[in-house]
Design a protein around this ligand. Structure first.
Ligand SMILES: Cc1cc2nc3c(=O)[nH]c(=O)nc-3n(C[C@H](O)[C@H](O)[C@H](O)COP(=O)(O)O)c2cc1C
Length: 320
């Protein structure tokens, strides 16, 4: 079985990550081999209230290629409304809609959104059914294993989404209580995969070619998703693609890292303006040079940089 987007089978995707997966990161990830990307989660309620910042977050640049728009919310009609409203907006042309059922953050959880939805499989059914009626594009759900160890009900939740019309499901192999601790539970993801009749994407702890192959074979997943390991490291997609094709990984030179980091920053500047782009890039740029001579000094220095020129100056001090 395959996750099919625009008649192409997806093998590896960039995970949605709030505060990171903006258009610039998505463009770069696609250039390095991600078959599909996701926007960060966008509030369906905020769309309904016409919040301008939310519309900016939802924008998908035409250079991006295949990108899925992720929404969060708990009201079936609001999710359907947001789907229709965003799809009718010229600058927003996703190839699919994903609904967040995994976010563990307190504020979201206490609102009954994100991972709180796994407490209520019949609400999952209603949400997917309602959103399904708003679009013919591929529709998916991304969930965790459940709220905590005593409530690992991802199979039931995934089946509810499937029967309401979801086209595929992504499962992050942790409970809400785990946040990001421990390891992604591959056996539990495998249980969801064997219960479903639609494709499944495995999320959690895919960091390189070896982990990608292991997670695919242990879970039986149809595709994998890379989150944290892709921050400051879009090269991970090329490495995973090589591993999937049975090839060795290619070494990435310092020059390539430098050019790619600066290209990501330039794209972000073009899309958001220099000030915002530079401030937001601080947490990501240093990771491009992790483990290299001068990387920790760079991390500190980036925290005061406010212009592209200052950043190029700082990067010139990095050595192999
Ligand atoms: C900073 C950060 C932000 C995230 N934001 C989202 C989000 O907006 N929507 C979502 O479904 N998952 C979100 N996630 C979860 C990731 O998509 C992914 O499932 C999780 O990080 C596990 O994968 P990884 O081990 O490859 O990072 C976020 C994770 C991180 C670390």
């Amino acid at each position: 079985m395959s996750v099919m987007i625009n008649k192409r089978a997806v093998r590896v995707c960039l995970a949605p990550m709030a505060g990171f997966t903006d258009s610039a990161m998505r463009i770069i990830s696609r250039e390095w081999g991600a078959d599909l990307t996701f926007t960060e989660m966008v509030s369906a309620k905020a769309v309904r209230y016409g919040d301008k910042k939310t519309l900016t977050l939802s924008r998908i640049d035409e250079r991006e290629g295949d990108c899925i728009l992720q929404l969060f919310g708990s009201e079936p009609d609001t999710l359907a409304y947001a789907t229709e409203a965003l799809l009718a907006t010229a600058e927003i042309k996703p190839v699919g809609i994903d609904i967040n059922m995994g976010c563990p953050v307190n504020k979201i959880f206490q609102n009954g959104e994100g991972s709180a939805l796994t407490k209520n499989p019949s609400l999952i059914y209603d949400i997917v059914k309602s959103t399904r009626s708003a679009t013919d594009l591929p529709l998916s759900v991304k969930m965790r294993l459940g709220v905590d160890d005593a409530h690992k009900n991802a199979v039931e939740c995934a089946l509810a989404a499937e029967s309401a019309g979801a086209d595929f499901i992504t499962v992050h192999g942790r409970t809400r209580a785990q946040m990001y601790s421990g390891e992604s539970d591959l056996l539990s993801i495998a249980e969801v995969k064997s219960a479903l009749h639609i494709p499944l994407i495995a999320s959690g702890d895919v960091v390189d070619g070896e982990s990608a192959l292991r997670i695919l074979s242990r879970t039986g997943a149809d595709a994998i998703m890379v989150g944290r390991a892709a921050i400051g490291n879009p090269f991970v997609f090329a490495e995973i693609k090589s591993a999937l094709d049975g090839n060795a990984k290619s070494e990435i030179t310092l020059e390539t890292k430098m050019t790619t980091a600066l290209r990501q920053l330039s794209l972000a500047i073009e899309l958001k303006g220099e000030h915002t782009a530079v401030l937001e890039s601080r947490k990501q740029l240093a990771l491009y040079f992790k483990g290299m001579k001068g990387a920790s000094a760079l991390r500190g220095a980036l925290n005061t940089a406010t212009t592209y020129a200052e950043i190029t100056e700082l990067l010139s001090a990095i050595g192999e």
